[in-house]
Each structure stands twice: as structure tokens, then as C-alpha cells.
Design a protein around this ligand. Structure first.
Ligand SMILES: *Cc1c(COP(=O)(O)O)cnc(C)c1O
Length: 376
């Protein structure tokens, strides 16, 4: 099955081979602490920040929960920027750790407007931190974290950003965006297998965590336990060493491709052009991400019929959706290793044939529109 989902994504052979290397004992060998630190430093460098990064053993959701668990104290007010399913989902982590989540909800079909956030904050800005999603994968919307987070910081509000599905395919400058805790995952544009969380933590966030009045109500999700791993040569649990060796290769792959964001942008624009030429409707009105394109299930068709035909007749896996978008949209993940011209062309070709076979009037040859657009 060809994976064309918005995560997990395809994994390059050198990453798979790196994971097969003979490894030592990550608890007991000083070399591992150096390797881990170098890998975290490489991540910070790619993200344009001197903030310290950490790799946690656990799928990307762990980072979202860990940020909220580590920052939230009972009674803290937290602003949850909600223009998508992951955006809204942060409220659960906030309340779970005793915080009061205040939702700022805007249209799910477009990015969060910095001016609207500014106007909201003029009325109410008594928040310990705010949560923002960079690329909200279920709708594919991209939020301008470089505009939104500095507005929050002006009011002294810490920023937690979920860029699990944004980083590496979208431009992201953590320093310029003034992000306090950035959350990432291994299985999206980085194209390593699922299983690791990436966190980048500012000094302001460290200060807030180190100066809590109450202890963090979590162990596995407590970021503080990582702050002194190198001095202490101690991790709170045995690090998944093979996963991290694979992740390092994936980060080296990203570091070796300075134009990685333009590769994603070029493919994404061509995908949208092909889909709209064929008469397929995009879910969003604005704010299309480079990493995933979300289309409306055409009237009279079902997501299951399209997904099943794609799998059965063409061996291609794209994704449906969940929560409020369940059954309504389909998602093509063109991030990381998926973002290559032959695979995307093949996917669009298969989608066109699938829609035709199900009775939809496909108005253009999506593969040729796509290929013309990427070559232009
Ligand atoms: C993929 C993703 C995560 C991680 O969650 P899973 O659904 O478990 O893969 C978190 N946030 C966003 C925006 C994601 O796309």
C-alpha cells in the first residue's frame, strides 16, 4: 500500500536501516547522552532557535499533553485558539490538569486572524499561556504562528504551539515566532515512524515550570524531568534508542535539503490546481497548508466508497477524517517523503479514476494538470 496519508508518512530507506543498527544501553553509556544532546541541538538549529529541544518516547500527542501538564496549575486560565479540531482539543488537556480553558473560536475554513486575536486580547488577556495549532491537519489550515504568538507574548502570555503536522514542510522560525513550547512528532513531515515527540522549550517556559507552586501532576508527561538529563546523566525512563537513531537520520535528511519548504509548497499548489480544475471542492476558503490538502466528499458519494476503491484498485491509502469532519472530507498527505512528484501524480490519477467510476463528473485530467503545474 502506498502511504499518502497526513501521517504516518513514507519512511526513507536510510531511516529504516538506521533503526536496524546495533545499539547500546542508553541509560548507562555516556555516548548516548552526547548523541541525544547533539540530535536535540540539530533539531533546534533546523527550527531556528537556541531554545533547548528534547525528544520524548511517545507519539506526538504526548508533547501536547506534556506541555499542558507541565505548565498548568489548578485554576490557571489558558487561552485555547480554536479554528480546528486539534485546536479545540487542547482544552481537554488544560482542564484535565486543573486549568480553566477559555476558547477563542473562529471559522474552521480559514486561518486565525491576528487582528481578531488582538481585539480579543484587548478585552481579556489574563492568561498563563495560550495554545495554538500551526497546521490543523483535519482541515489542513495553516495558522500564521509568526504573527499570532508575538501578539500573545506582548501580553506576557506563554505560547504552546502544536506543529506536529507543520514543521519541516512549512517555514517555521521559533525565535521569530517567540514560541515557548513547540510540539512536534516523528511521523509527519519528518518521515520517521510514529513513536517520538519533539519538544523545544524556551527559557520563559522553563522558568514557569521550575517556579510552579504545586508539583506537576504527571510523571511521563512532566517536561521538567528532562531539564537536567545531561548534567545528571539520567533520563526519567529508558530512551527508545533505535527510534532516536532513526530520527537522527531523518533529521539529517531534512538538514541536507535546504529547499525542503519550497518542495512542499510547489507540490501543494499543484495539487490544489489539479483538484479544482477537475471540479473537486477544497474544504478551506484560505490558509492552505503545504502538507495536506483536504477536499469535500462530492455530493452523492461517500468517503468509504472513495477510500476503499483507492485501496482496492490502486493500492493507495489516503485518509478520511474524524470528529466534526467525519465523513465530510478526504485528506491527501503530501508531506515529507510523500511529497514527491511521481507518488502525488499517481495518487491524483487514481483519485480521478476512482471518482469517475463512482459517477462523479471529473472535469480535467488531474495528473497532467499537476505535472504541468510542478514543471512550470
Ligand atoms: C498527527 C498530529 C498530532 C499527533 O496525533 P495523532 O493523531 O495521534 O497522530 C497532533 N497534532 C496534530 C496537528 C497532528 O496532525
Amino acid at each position: 500500500m502506498k502511504l499518502m496519508t497526513p501521517g504516518p508518512t513514507q519512511v526513507r530507506e536510510n531511516v529504516r536501516l538506521a533503526r536496524a543498527k546495533v545499539t547500546g544501553n542508553p541509560d548507562l553509556e555516556a555516548e548516548f547522552y552526547d548523541f541525544y544532546r547533539d540530535t536535540c541541538r540539530l533539531l533546534s538549529k533546523i527550527l531556528h532557535t537556541e531554545n533547548e529541544s528534547f525528544i520524548l518516547g511517545g507519539e506526538g500527542i504526548l508533547g501536547l499533553e506534556a506541555a499542558c501538564a507541565s505548565l498548568t496549575e489548578p485554576g490557571d486560565r489558558v487561552l485555547v485558539l480554536d479554528n480546528g479540531i486539534f485546536g479545540k482539543g487542547f482544552a481537554d488537556f488544560v482542564t484535565m490538569y486543573g486549568g480553566e480553558a477559555v476558547l477563542f473560536t473562529t471559522d474552521y475554513h480559514r486561518p486565525m486572524d491576528p487582528a481578531a486575536l488582538k481585539a480579543f486580547l484587548e478585552q481579556d488577556h489574563n492568561f498563563k499561556y495560550a495554545t495554538v495549532v500551526h497546521c490543523d491537519t483535519p482541515s489542513g489550515v495553516i495558522n500564521d504562528v509568526h504573527a499570532l504568538c508575538p501578539i500573545l507574548k506582548q501580553y506576557g502570555i506563554l505560547t504552546v504551539v502544536d506543529s506536529v503536522a507543520g514543521m519541516f514542510g512549512e517555514s517555521l522560525d521559533v525565535e521569530r515566532a517567540q514560541i515557548d513550547i513547540l510540539c512536534g512528532g516523528s511521523q509527519k513531515a519528518l518521515s520517521a515512524p510514529a513513536g517520538l515527540t519533539l519538544l523545544t522549550v524556551s527559557n520563559d517556559a522553563k522558568h514557569a515550570i521550575n517556579n510552579r507552586k504545586t508539583p506537576v501532576r504527571a510523571f511521563y508527561a512532566n517536561i521538567k524531568t528532562f531539564f537536567t538529563y545531561y548534567e545528571d546523566q539520567w533520563f526519567p525512563y529508558t530512551m527508545p534508542i533505535s527510534d532516536i537513531v532513526g530520527l537522527r537520520q531523518a533529521l539529517d535528511n531534512v538538514a541536507a535539503e535546504p529547499d525542503i519548504v519550497s518542495r512542499h509548497a510547489c507540490i501543494a499548489a499543484a495539487v490544489r490546481k489539479a483538484l479544482t480544475a477537475a471540479g473537486v471542492k477544497l474544504y478551506l476558503d484560505a490558509g492552505y497548508s503545504n502538507n495536506v490538502t483536504v477536499i469535500l466528499v462530492p455530493d452523492g458519494l461517500t468517503d468509504h466508497a472513495i477510500l476503499d476503491t483507492m485501496k482496492r484498485d490502486y493500492g493507495i491509502l489516503i485518509a478520511g477524517c474524524f470528529d466534526v469532519l467525519a465523513g465530510k472530507v478526504l485528506r491527501i498527505g503530501h508531506m515529507g517523503e510523500n511529497a514527491n512528484v511521481p507518488d502525488v501524480a499517481e495518487t491524483l490519477d487514481a483519485l480521478g479514476r476512482t471518482l469517475s467510476s463512482l459517477g462523479f463528473n471529473v472535469q480535467a485530467d488531474m495528473k497532467s494538470v499537476f505535472l504541468d503545474a510542478v514543471r512550470a
